[in-house]
Design a binder for this molecule. Structure first.
Ligand code: UD1
Length: 335
């Protein structure tokens, strides 16, 4: 079976390509290298022994997308390619709407025209905003997005919901909680551009001496230790969720033409707990200080993963410490 992975050289995409290949899928990657490096292709090959087919172009190029589906038949598409910096999306909203929605529309139009089905969409727990009830189930109300980035995830889910109503087309949206860690081989991992915005790359870069000090954003949240709580999931566990979702589509096991699943561990960890776990897992001492809250941050989010556990037969297996250790091993590989 052949699968298209858009953004397959990016952080989550590259880990998913490895898992797909290890499960016997033939993989073709489309990536414009806007936030990824071509070397990742060799790293994937060195882990699995199989070089994936690679096409370098931008999904906003409608003609190229159309040509691709004219000349390739795939059993499914896993769509990662998107812009993902929350802060940048606030400054450049049109760029985010154009990139994230334009590429989705081009893909869907070409797939429908060439009669190709099965679409897995990278969604986010950001669609729930600050949920009123924790842990968060898939039935929790969708809240107005805090950022254009978050809004593109919500609108993309809406686009897919409308498309499956009108056409013989099937999709699964995976709502990721906070992906962290790296491949245990330390050959692929997260490659943040510039100063990291997310917690774990900032932690590992601080421990490595690239950043002087980690700022903990707020210790006055209504949580046991005052710092904000998230559900951190190992990227390899997350990658594996895509394989079970793809099989569900291909084997027509779905219960409705679009399904939504929370992909997290089900466990919430505070920022201070993450720091402690990192220090324990890596024997590194982390220099940090408490600063003001970051605008737009929520207090707490963690998943109820019952639906993914029972319906997909998937669950996260790796611990927070394992993820932090793998993130650290990956950091040590960077120059
Ligand atoms: C962020 C995005 C989310 C996106 C996700 C992608 C925001 C508000 N949300 O999630 O939409 O899907 O990234 O990975 O940007 N923290 C620190 N110090 C730091 C960095 C982070 O204390 O230097 C804290 C944050 O306040 C938060 C936690 O660590 O409580 C996790 O932050 P982060 O890794 O940026 O993820 P989210 O904000 O949950």
């Amino acid at each position: 079976m052949k699968v298209l992975v858009t953004g397959g050289l990016g952080y989550i995409g590259s880990h998913t390509v490895v898992e797909l290949q290890q499960e016997g899928f033939e993989v073709v990657i489309i990536d414009n290298l806007s936030n990824s490096r071509i070397e990742v292709l060799d790293q994937i090959t060195s882990i699995t022994g199989i070089k994936p087919q690679f096409e370098q172009f931008d999904l906003l190029d409608k003609e190229k997308v159309s040509d691709f589906f004219n000349t390739n038949r795939v059993d499914g598409v896993i769509h990662f390619a998107a812009s993902k910096a929350v802060g940048e999306s606030v400054e450049k909203p049109l760029l985010y709407y154009q990139n994230n929605l334009g590429s989705l529309l081009n893909l869907l139009q070409a797939m429908l025209r060439t009669d190709q089905d099965h679409f897995i969409f990278s969604s986010s727990c950001t669609v729930y905003g600050q949920a009123d009830v924790l842990p968060i189930t898939e039935n929790a109300p969708i809240k107005p997005a805090e950022s254009p980035y978050g809004n593109t995830k919500k609108i993309s889910e809406d686009v897919l919901s409308d498309v499956v109503k009108a056409h013989d087309f099937h999709a699964i949206a995976l709502r990721y909680f906070n992906p962290i860690g790296a491949h245990p081989s330390a050959k692929i991992g997260e490659l943040p551009l510039g100063v990291p915005q997310n917690l774990i790359p900032y932690v590992t870069q601080t421990a490595a001496g690239i950043r002087e000090q980690l700022s903990v954003f707020g210790d006055d949240y209504p949580t046991p230790d005052g710092t904000a709580i998230r559900d951190y999931i190992h990227v390899v566990d997350l990658a594996k969720a895509h394989i079970v979702a793809l099989k569900r589509l291909v084997q027509k096991e779905y219960q409705s033409p679009i399904e939504f699943f929370n992909i997290g561990t089900g466990m919430g960890s505070s920022v201070l707990e993450v720091i402690q776990a990192f220090e324990k897992a890596t024997q590194q001492k982390l220099n940090y200080k408490i600063v003001d809250r970051r605008a737009g941050d929520i207090t707490a989010a963690y998943a109820d993963t019952t639906l993914a556990n029972t319906t997909l037969g998937w669950r996260a297996e790796k611990s927070l410490e394992e993820a932090l250790k793998d993130a650290w091993e990956w950091q040590l590989q960077q120059k």
